[in-house]
Design a protein around this ligand. Sequence first.
Ligand code: NZQ
Ligand code: ZN
Length: 386
Amino acid sequence: MQNFEFKNPTKILFGKGQIENLGKEIPKGAKVLMLYGGGSIKKNGVYEQVKQGLNGFEYLEFSGIPANPEYEVLMQALKIIKEENITFLLAVGGGSVIDGTKFLSSAALYTGTEPWDILRKSIRTEKGMPFGAVLTLPATGSEMNSGAVITRAETQEKLGMGGPGLFPEFSILDPQVVASIPKRQLANGITDAFTHVLEQYMTYPVQAYLQDRFAESILQTLIEIAPRVIKDPADYEAAANFMWCCTMALNGLIQKGVPGDWAIHAMGHELTALYGIDHARTLAVIAPSHYRYFLKSKKEKLAQYGARVWGVKGATTEEIAKAAIAKTEDFFHSLDINTKLSEYTDQYQGTAEKIAKRFTDRSWMGLGEHKTLTPSDAEKIVEMSY
Ligand code: NZQ
Ligand code: ZN
């Protein structure tokens, strides 16, 4: 097991009716900006519950944060934060709204001239404006981590940011919100969380037995509840397990003491930036090719996953590893998630070269757990996913 430090300061309020406790978590006397997306919260009762919770606070609202939170839109919110002397941010939404709020938390205290530099120059956020979240869509884990991914349509870029200043003060997780989520977003959430676990697990063995089993148990639970959640998102027990799996998949716990890959996400973000494909779906496109391409260096963990999570039996490690990749693809298909780029866009020719060039331009010469994935490897992997 590798050395590690672990601190996660986010307070979680989990369960039925927890939005009621919102007011107790926001500092007294705070001037709040409540941020949300395109309006789903106005159709499922979350908006009214949040407003109730904000009773007694001075607050303003900012709506219209789109999926894949857009820089230009967020800059409008930043103006309000500064003009209105906002002191606390409240995200009410999925990963996009929470990530957008994290950007604003950082940008509100940023002293440089162009907040895009936080992303372009990978400036870590040591301290941000305090914020909390009411989660409406289990998927990203953003509610209990300190990362965010922001899109800039103007330049077709999608870049990550983070730092210890970007953990939410609190996040409210009421699984009842899952009832109103459309099937497509449910499938996305399951796929995203599943791949988060894979990114932190499918590397090479470091004798981290507990972390491996944490990871495998999240995968097994997602596999178990997926058909129930898709069939009936109002099934509270399934929704509750789904929600907690998504949070635990990316709140830092399973990544401690083990190597991480994250190259699937790096390539996937480019597919969203170029074609607007849903985040989770880009992962389902890249993951199978990525694992086939790196079969040799990842086969021990692939085989462990195949045997323990899918019950695959085979004569050799390589056979089990290959079957595990096929099982993973089958799982995505069972959620109605396509795993080929050509199923999402007709413009796929040339994508691999484009992504390789972008990685080269950004000097991303060594991704993955061994820091050896070159732009030319990325090109081959993306091409395999056509
Ligand atoms: O905008 P509204 O109207 O609210 O509708 C949203 C949106 O259209 C809808 N929705 C959310 N909750 C709902 C609901 N509809 C009905 N009922 C509800 N309860 O769902 C749509 C998608 O929402 P979005 O927030 O975009 O989805 P998700 O949570 O999957 O977030 C995706 C974003 O998070 C980033 C992704 O790159 C992408 O930009 N990620 C963030 C990570 C992090 N911070 O740690 C890690 C991830 O790997 C990921 O990169
Ligand atoms: Zn993800």
